[in-house]
Design a protein. Structure first.
Lengths: 298, 235
């Protein structure tokens, strides 16, 4: 039971990281109708920026986090403006290939700047909370503060984004753009600006995810963001791409499946199982768990 | 000076020459209709005025200011609202959220008064203000699209096929509302296939055929014209 609970906690914590990344994916997809495959690499940049500020310059973690969010926000807006905006009217395949190109550009730039050897990233918050005190270590259940913080951050972000999109003028404009960009323009909504804001939010979230993820899984290298990026993309599709609660649910489920698969099946097969579950879910519900199936209009 | 002056515009879809050297004008306080068959270029003309499409040559002046190069989202705040073909309401948003989007460019202080005005014309929208717009009937969606456009308090309201797909009773209702908007001081540029109804309320009309204006006159003149009777009024 203790073992099960500890895997559950791990799964929730990992799933929260995926969910935060997936929220960025899903918002960008929902509004710009494109898959930003460079999203995972923005996480890595956030990791490096926070690492440098905390461990090379000795700043407090929250300063490092805010700075990483700022840098990633700018990076996201720049990527959108230079790489994706000129392709607004281009076929989606061209945009997809560009996104993959941007992903490699970021990874290789990181390789050039920060070199290939992984850095060991100490957690921003040490220590853990004892939940069940047993005779021995294997009888006890504890949860690290960073896990609590990760889950908490994820819930706050999900609730915050939901409130933002349903209550603010900009949030509503985003939903209008996601449904019909032409009609949104006729309302006076600046579609390019709205897409920029979406990238800014998604990239700031990627920075948060980067700091939290590196704190829990303490290796940082130029390819750190790619696998979590793909898993989070999976999570977004799993939950129903474009849906904010879907990304949250999908992220948590992918984290839990991965954690339990590692614990009870095989560490090597964990990823296989994650993607197998995705395939099965998509066969049964092509739009994802919470997604709406929208037929192509002719 | 006319409120809207369209001078010799040419619009292309790729290599298709959709609008061929069209010129027309709308004066303050008028109802002007563009009639024509499917594919004649009526919707394209409206989309070019609202900035969704660009003309290669010619000019469009609104109150003396050129609309050339002005992005679509800025045309609204100049005083032109466009109710597009097929309504294009935001299906997954509520009725009230749709209406709020219509007021996007207006100062928050005006909202209550504009909302009251819209609800006065469309009491049904008020009843359904919390409903998801996609669940409205076709007629209600048309009313929502018109109400949404009126939230920007436009001087010129462009309506693209407002009667399309509606029952005769609803068509009458929609035309009554267009007249009411007009009486409250809004200039109207209407695109219609229902030539009978639209010519009856129009001050002037232009007939579009294959991207060209082939005939123009007052609403009454065109209703009498043998050519129009044959082609658009069912004999």
């Amino acid at each position: 039971m203790i073992v099960f609970l500890s895997h559950l906690i791990n799964g929730l914590s990992l799933g929260s990281v995926y969910a935060i990344i997936a929220l960025g994916y899903t918002m960008v997809y929902g509004i710009a109708k494109m898959l930003n495959f460079a999203h995972g690499d923005v996480i890595m940049v956030g990791g490096y920026i926070s690492y440098i500020l905390m461990f090379n310059l000795g700043m407090p973690w929250w300063v490092a986090l805010l700075a990483a969010m700022l840098v990633c926000t700018l990076l996201g807006v720049l990527i959108e403006g230079f790489a994706y905006r000129p392709l607004r009217a281009a076929p989606s395949l061209a945009v997809l290939i560009t996104a993959i190109g941007v992903s490699y550009l970021l990874q290789n730039s990181a390789l050039l700047i920060w070199k290939s050897n992984p850095k060991s990233y100490p957690s921003i918050i040490e220590g853990s909370l004892m939940l069940i005190k047993g005779e021995t270590a294997s009888d006890s259940l504890s949860v690290t503060y960073i896990s609590l913080m990760t889950v908490g951050a994820c819930v706050i972000i999900m609730v915050g984004l939901t409130l933002f999109t349903s209550n603010t003028k900009m949030g509503k404009a985003m939903r209008a753009c996601s449904e019909d960009k032409g009609a949104a323009q006729l309302m006076g909504i600046n579609v390019n600006k709205t897409i920029s804001v979406t990238f800014a939010i998604g990239s700031a979230l990627a920075a948060v995810a980067g700091v939290l993820m590196c704190s829990s899984y303490p290796t940082l290298s130029p390819t750190t963001g790619s696998m979590p990026g793909i898993k989070a993309f999976t999570a977004a599709v799993f939950g129903g791409i474009g849906s904010i609660p879907g990304a949250f649910l999908g992220g948590l489920l992918i984290g839990l499946i991965e954690s339990f698969a590692k614990a009870y099946v095989s560490t090597q097969l964990a990823n296989t199982i994650v993607f197998a579950v995705l395939i099965i879910v998509l066969l049964i519900r092509p739009a994802g768990l919470l997604g709406k199936y929208v037929p192509e209009k002719v | 000076m006319a409120m809207l002056e369209v001078n010799g515009i040419n619009v292309y879809y790729g290599s298709i020459h959709a609008i061929k050297d069209i010129s027309f004008e709308v004066n303050q306080g008028e109802i002007v209709t563009l009639i024509g068959a499917n594919g004649a270029g009526k919707s394209t003309t409206l989309q070019t005025i609202s900035g969704l499409l660009r003309s290669r040559t010619g000019s469009i002046l609104f109150e003396g200011k050129s609309l050339g190069g002005i992005p679509a989202h800025k045309v609204v705040s100049m005083g032109i609202a466009h109710v597009p073909e097929g309504r294009r309401i935001f299906q997954q948003m509520t009725v009230e959220e749709n209406i709020e989007m219509g007021a996007y460019t207006r100062p928050a202080g005006e909202y209550a008064a504009n909302l009251e005005n819209v609800f006065r014309h469309f009491p049904r929208l008020e009843e359904r203000r919390r409903q998801i717009a996609g669940t409205l009937s076709g007629g209600e969606q048309q009313m929502l699209a018109m109400g949404r456009a009126m939230m920007s308090a436009p001087q010129l309201l462009m309506l693209d096929e407002p009667s399309m797909g509606l029952s005769p009773i609803l068509v009458d209702e929609i035309f009554d509302i267009i007249k009411a908007f007009h009486e409250s001081g809004t200039t109207i540029l209407l695109v219609e296939q229902n030539a009978n109804k639209s010519l009856a309320i129009s001050d002037r009309a232009y007939v579009l055929e294959n991207g060209k204006i082939t005939l123009t006159g007052t609403g009454k003149e065109l209703m009498q014209s043998e050519e129009i009777k044959k082609a658009y009024l069912g004999g």
